[in-house]
Write a protein that binds this ligand. Structure first.
Ligand code: ASP
Length: 308
């Protein structure tokens, strides 16, 4: 914890927070907090919000956390396939990789796709090929068969405890940064749902699904069961709700209410959102209580959004 108290304006107590301090960083889950702090230092050292997002997410990818990066939970065939994307407000730039294997920092590959290719998204073998060409740190994926054997052994029990696609089987780092000059950047990185089918792509690398940044308005990110996010272009909608005047918290709540209205009442959607606007307001909402990390100069805390 960096200290100090969060500043809620009187009329904003039920509506997230607001700060004049910059940079402002918000990310998913308590494991985002050390990443936020790396992002904060990055901007304070004079680097860009894009550098901050990349550095913060790299920190989480390398942390050995079981849900992000190469240490993330394997797919149904026993190996990790990773998804990541990055967006930079100025110029409305974006890059993304999906179902990439054996690469340590997918977030940096997503940034390289954005900066060095005419494309937005690379997937599967092509994404790995590009990462290797560009010299990114990798592991030997010919080891795969050994891992598959071990994974299959436990598969039956694992599936009875937490079936594929269930609420227990996910996690993602999604991070949004508002810089001192009002610049917005965001990124996400994940191993996706544990036990997913090989080749399954979640919401995290999909622009408007797991992440959306509009430098004129704000940014939003997601974590949870990707199928319940991407079918509704959820983060794109959150940014549009903010454009219409909703606060970040209300925009996150509104998309959850919208999605719920289309889905069976008893379905566990397991979806969570964070958002930040150009004015420095920030908020979150989830279908369950949703811990998320908020950091700005003098403040770094895990806050919990109420369930919608
Ligand atoms: N959204 C990710 C996916 O569906 C998982 C997560 O955030 O927990 O791949």
């Amino acid at each position: 914890m960096i200290g100090s108290q969060i500043t809620f304006a009187e009329d904003e107590k039920s509506d997230g927070g607001r700060t004049e301090k910059r940079p402002l960083i918000i990310s998913t889950w308590p494991f985002g907090k050390p990443g936020n702090e790396v992002a904060l230092k990055t901007v304070e050292a004079g680097k860009s919000t894009l550098d901050a997002v990349e550095a913060g997410i790299r920190h989480v990818e390398a942390s050995g956390n079981q849900t992000v990066g190469l240490s993330g939970k394997p797919n149904a065939a026993g190996f990790a396939q990773l998804d990541a994307c990055i967006m930079h407000g100025p110029g409305h730039k974006a890059g993304s990789v999906a179902a990439i294997e054996g690469i340590k920092h997918p977030i940096s590959v997503a940034r390289r796709v954005m900066e060095k290719t005419p494309h937005v998204m690379l997937a599967g073998d092509g994404a790995r090929w590009f990462a290797l060409q560009e010299g990114f740190e990798s592991i030997d994926i010919s080891e795969r068969p050994k891992k598959v054997k071990a994974w299959k052994k436990e598969q039956k029990q694992r599936r009875s405890e937490a079936p594929a696609g269930s609420a227990e089987n996910h996690d993602t780092i999604t991070m949004l940064v508002l810089g001192p000059d009002g610049t917005l950047s965001g990124g996400c990185s994940t191993s996706g749902l544990a036990d997913k089918l090989p080749g399954r792509v979640g919401d995290s690398p999909i622009l408007g699904g797991g992440l959306y940044v509009d430098n004129k308005v704000g940014a939003a990110g997601a974590t949870g069961i990707g199928e319940n996010v991407m079918r509704y272009c959820a983060t794109f909608m959150i940014v549009e709700f903010m454009r219409q005047g909703l606060s970040p918290t209300d925009a996150c709540k509104k998309i959850i209410e919208r999605i719920k209205s289309y889905e069976p009442e008893n379905k566990n959607l397991a979806i969570n959102f964070i958002a930040i606007d150009k004015q420095g307001r920030f908020g979150a909402a989830g279908t369950d209580k949703f811990p998320h990390s908020v950091t700005y100069p003098g403040f770094s805390e895990v806050l919990t959004a109420d369930a919608v």
